[in-house]
Design a protein around this ligand. Structure first.
Ligand SMILES: C[S@@+](CC[C@H](N)C(=O)[O-])C[C@H]1O[C@@H](n2cnc3c(N)ncnc32)[C@H](O)[C@@H]1O
Length: 242
């Protein structure tokens, strides 16, 4: 539908985790699930030595491919983030947004372990995902999770920030930065902040022309709204100890 920024905490949370992880010249960056390449553009603007975008999707002739075309040292790898095929210690920074929440706990841990393996000691891993607010009791959280999975049509399993941190630590990371903000994935204010006014108009025109998509998007938005007392967006940056 033209929505380019599909992340729970919007560009605001992307900026926070990147401010904490500080991509820069000399970094060798792996991005898990780069999607249409919005974060990739920011990462490449920091002039890293290398950039690999690892996505299960074939990105041939996609907006993502256009982001890296002609960039020395940048390439796309079609692989699962659980098993990227990249060498041990190849990266100094791994970034992954909106791609762990839909995995089972086992899947989340496998992707975190792969980030750990491809990072050199001292390397950083920045994530941006969906979370349950700290005060949410497990039983109400479970209801929100079921609602989410039914409307998004993929399993969604957000975690409390403390549980995201504990899982990162269970594969060897040391968590250095945590942040949360409001989950506002489909709110008008956030859509305009992320996509600009022209982007917003493009999206509503597309949605108006497609009744089936409109129904699904409104259902998703209603689910997010109904569960907003439970849900938030989370960002964490962890380090592989030296
Ligand atoms: C919701 S989109 C998020 C895209 C982008 N990170 C962003 O924040 O806008 C999820 C992306 O992750 C990719 N993805 C999902 N599971 C993956 C996996 N196990 N390994 C690699 N990529 C994956 C999808 O193909 C998609 O491009």
């Amino acid at each position: 539908m033209g929505k380019r920024v599909l992340r729970p905490g919007g560009m605001e949370m992307t900026r926070r985790i990147l401010d904490a992880a500080k991509p820069g010249a000399g970094d060798r960056i792996v991005e898990f699930g780069p999607g249409v390449g919005k974060t990739a553009e920011i990462l490449l603007a920091s002039q890293p030595e290398r950039y690999w975008g690892v996505d299960v999707r074939d990105n041939a002739d996609s907006p993502m491919e256009r982001v890296i075309v002609g960039r020395d040292g940048a390439e796309l790898v079609q692989a699962d983030a659980r098993d990227t095929g990249l060498p041990d210690g190849a990266a100094t920074l791994v970034v992954g947004e909106a791609m762990l929440t839909m995995q089972t706990d086992q899947g989340k841990r496998a992707i975190m372990a792969e980030a750990y393996r491809v990072l050199a000691p001292g390397g950083r891993y920045a994530i941006h995902e969906m979370g349950f607010k700290p005060q949410v009791a497990e039983e109400s959280g479970t209801g929100a999770q079921k609602d989410l999975s039914q409307t998004i049509k993929v399993g969604a399993k957000p975690l409390k920030i403390a549980n995201w941190a504990a899982m990162l630590e269970s594969v060897g990371f040391r968590v250095e930065y945590t942040s949360s903000n409001k989950m506002a994935l489909l709110e008008v204010r956030r859509v305009i902040a992320d996509e600009g006014i022209l982007g917003f108009l493009r999206i509503i025109t597309n949605v108006a022309r497609n009744p089936a998509a409109r129904k699904r998007i409104l259902a998703m938005r209603a689910t997010f709204k109904a569960n907003q007392e439970y849900l938030c967006a989370v960002g964490l940056v962890a380090v592989k100890p030296e």
